[in-house]
Design a protein around this ligand. Structure first.
Ligand SMILES: Cc1cc2nc3c(=O)[nH]c(=O)nc-3n(C[C@H](O)[C@H](O)[C@H](O)COP(=O)(O)OP(=O)(O)OC[C@H]3O[C@@H](n4cnc5c(N)ncnc54)[C@H](O)[C@@H]3O)c2cc1C
Length: 471
């Protein structure tokens, strides 16, 4: 009888200890806490786990991905096998020069150098996680083709690869659990994160390092009014959950901010379906035409520089022919918003444009293609328009912001005196990488994912190594 009682007591005690240990280690403690489950956050989580750290990812929404899942999934990379196969010579230095040239040398040269060097390993790293890349595609501002198209043709495909890799490394992903505040210890180091679970419970997670990867603040009208007033009334094509949480949490513990006026508008969002139309359609021969049936800008300047010009028109259409459709895989996915016609006259009729003006626009464009330049300064063409013509209505939208917490080359968040706040990192849109400089004109396509994957991976590696060294 006494023996049986003893066995039961021991069993109960071990059960209780197990539950307590389980609560403590699984739910409320991790070596590294990543706040935000987009591209930067998931990349950071994978790297930290690969350094031996236990990792929790907090994601406020019911799904992972953020802007990374919405974006076109074009991964920048230099010196890749795909580039070599197409005879393209590229290097981190060439990429850095393109970026600095685009932002008028107003960006942060050190962080740009670090990011472009890191980009040499993006494609091989993604491939090691299971991604497959099809080809490199041209985009304005990149002097050579270096944006790698994944087989899913979407950012969602990249997020799926990252999610599976994180799960395979036992990273604990907590959805619908927004982080709300950082906790500092007596020495000024970050020692915890406060969060709210999906059933509304306030929790505290003890940790040795926090990586803030909550995206930018394009979804926060108050912050837009303060830092980018020109965009307050713009439509948003981006994750509505990116409302500056990480930036504000960092500022609350003394972090410095930089480049807060930097943002990216896009000149080609279909308003009916809030659908981004790839600018590859332009680079492969498409044009922008306004409600008068006329072109109005050098489209090859890029979707950011064309955005104010598009915003100034009443109506704008991307017009393209079957040659563009054949060259750009994604065009097929825009079928529901594409107006097709047998020729220019029929398209003008369907869009309500003046037939003669539109016919003259097409004829003038075809002459420009033959001549190799036009009156707007465009020199990027494919073939003259031939046969059937199609159009998609577009408007200018705000996509994301790129200013935020000041970081160093190890993605450590810096205070106002330029000193790292121990245990605090930031990456992606939350960090002020200075890649696009100030304003909207300095961004070249690929820089969003460049900042996310470069500094996400660097933050995860540094945090993981620091935690391992202290064990
Ligand atoms: C329409 C569109 C197209 C784009 N196309 C390209 C492209 O082709 N190439 C390119 O390089 N870049 C592109 N970009 C930019 C690029 O997608 C982003 O800059 C990049 O993916 C940002 O990654 P991130 O991890 O910093 O943020 P995100 O991927 O947005 O992830 C942030 C995550 O943090 C979560 N979060 C926010 N607050 C909290 C909180 N308090 N607690 C927990 N979680 C929180 C959000 O819900 C979100 O899931 C595009 C962006 C958009 C919007």
């Amino acid at each position: 009888m006494r023996r049986k009682y003893l066995v039961v007591s021991v069993l109960m005690l071990s059960l209780m200890a197990g539950v307590l240990a389980g609560c403590g280690s699984e739910a409320l403690k991790a070596d590294v806490v990543v706040v935000g489950g987009g591209g930067a956050g998931l990349a950071a989580a994978i790297e930290a786990a690969d350094k031996g750290a236990s990792v929790i990812v907090l994601e406020k929404q019911a799904f992972l991905g953020g802007n990374t899942a919405i974006c076109g999934g074009l991964v920048p990379g230099v010196g890749t096998e795909l580039q070599k196969a197409q005879g393209i010579e590229d290097s981190p230095e060439k990429y850095a020069e393109d970026i600095l040239k685009a932002n008028g040398y107003t960006g942060d040269p050190e962080l740009i150098r670090v990011a472009t060097e890191a980009s040499a390993d993006f494609v091989p790293w993604f491939e090691s996680l299971g991604a497959e890349f099809l080809k490199v595609v041209p985009f304005p501002g990149n002097s050579v083709d270096r944006l790698h198209q994944e087989k899913s043709l979407s950012g969602a495909g990249l997020v799926q690869v990252l999610k599976e890799a994180a799960e395979a490394r036992n990273v604990k992903i907590m959805l619908e659990t927004p982080a709300t505040a950082l906790i500092k210890d007596a020495n000024g180091a970050i020692s915890g994160v406060k969060a709210r679970t999906k059933d509304g419970k306030e929790i505290t997670i003890q940790t040795k390092a926090v990586i803030l990867a909550t995206g930018g603040f394009a979804g926060n009208k108050e912050m837009l009014a303060e830092y980018i007033p020109a965009m307050v009334d713009s439509g948003l094509l981006g994750n509505p959950g990116n409302v500056g949480d990480g930036i504000k949490m960092g500022m609350e513990v003394g972090a410095d901010v930089r480049f807060m006026d930097a943002y990216l508008p896009h000149a080609a969002v279909n308003p009916e379906k809030t659908l981004l139309i790839t600018w590859e359609a332009i680079m492969r021969g498409g044009i922008l035409v306004n409600g008068e049936g006329e072109r109005f800008v050098n489209e090859a300047l890029g979707y950011a520089k064309c955005a104010p010009e598009v915003a100034a028109q009443d109506k704008v259409y991307i017009v393209f022919d079957d040659n563009v459709k054949a060259l750009v895989e994604k065009m097929a996915s825009y079928e529901s918003v594409t107006v097709e016609a047998a020729n220019a006259d029929e398209l003008a009729e369907k869009l309500g444009l003046d037939k003669d003006t539109f016919a003259a626009t097409i004829a003038e464009y075809n002459d420009a293609v033959a001549a190799g330049s036009d009156k707007f300064g465009r020199t990027v063409f494919e073939k003259p328009f031939e046969g059937k013509l199609s159009a998609i209505e577009v408007k200018s939208y705000l996509l994301f912001t790129t200013g935020g917490l000041r970081i160093d080359a190890s993605a450590r968040v810096l205070d106002k005196d330029g000193n790292p706040i121990p245990g605090l990192y930031a990456a992606g849109e939350t960090a002020a990488t200075g890649i696009a400089g100030s304003g909207y004109a300095g961004y070249i396509t690929g820089e969003g994912l460049l900042a996310a994957f470069a500094f996400g991976r660097i933050a995860g590696q540094h945090a993981g190594e620091t935690v391992a060294a202290a064990k």
